[in-house]
Design a protein around this ligand. Sequence first.
Ligand code: NIG
Ligand code: FE
Length: 354
Amino acid sequence: MNIIDAKGGAIVPGFVDSHTHLIWGGDRSNEMALRQKGLSYSDISKMGGGISKTVETTRSLSIQELVDLGVQRASNALRMGTTTMEAKSGYGLSAESELKLLEATERVNRISVCDIQATWLGAHDVPKRNNKEEYIEELVSRQLPMVVQQGIAVWADVFCEPGWFTIDDTIEIITASNNMGLGSRIHADEFVDSGGLGIAAELGSISADHVAKSDDDSRAKAHESGVMQTFLPGTQYVMGMNEFPPIKKCVENSWAFSIASDFNPNCNTISMPFVGSLATHRCGIDPITALAASTRNPSTTLKNTENKNYGVISVNNSASFNILRSKKVESWCQSPGMNPISKTLANGIIVKHE
Ligand code: NIG
Ligand code: FE
């Protein structure tokens, strides 16, 4: 028997980060200065930055380079206490490169002690070579069957936002995905309320993410339909917005919600304690509620098995938990920019924190 001295530190479940874009290449840190000059996310995208810029750099990498990046990022996440994560493709935007990203994700999952579950996000943007109608046709009749055949992705995702994919596009892509056995989790209502959360409820998505601008009727409808509202406050933070998502509405109305990192080239943090800090220090959520939103709640949107019940500590469950430096559970998210964890166990394996 291996006895670990927690030295009085509080113990919390391993964090479940249910929204990451784990694998991509390149660097978009130049976009901050453009934003400071007043350009929006959409302006930067139209100028050739944003997702399409990352697609170019990602496509140029070999599968081994993609795996190496993923392994390194998974180990950063583990050091910040994340023992389970969801990871999206979406920086390939062609059948071959999307399959390559999903294959890289699965290899990272096998190498890392962090459990990683994959989502196909072919509908992240329209590649330069296509108009949107052509691309949706390619998504549904070529990419999707190949992704299903490959058997790695569990869900399909769509960036449902004016300027990217509309509600009708989303219905088409998600319905086709459901028909081929993939569940859905979608990007919705990040910049404007286009009804994305409401449509997630109608489509039976497991989660609708961002949902910063969704209206209350959609939130209530989502809750009743079992759709998790997943907030990604790191996005507002890196975009320099003063307005953070109205997570508190979910607490006030007892609507199920989660928080996640949205790790991506624009929101380059994979630290759940930092996301927890944003939820508590900027969105008025108490630290224990934020902890449930980072563990047990997101776990319900992932695939659990009998001995891997993510986000909870229980008998006969795989040992995935964090020993905090402090005796206080609340401390898990109260030291932004610092690591509150002294030791992480991921599936029974001790993660080095030095
Ligand atoms: O969730 N909004 C769409 N996708 C990502 C950002 C992708 C990017 O900027 O590269 C997100 O925020
Ligand atoms: Fe995202």
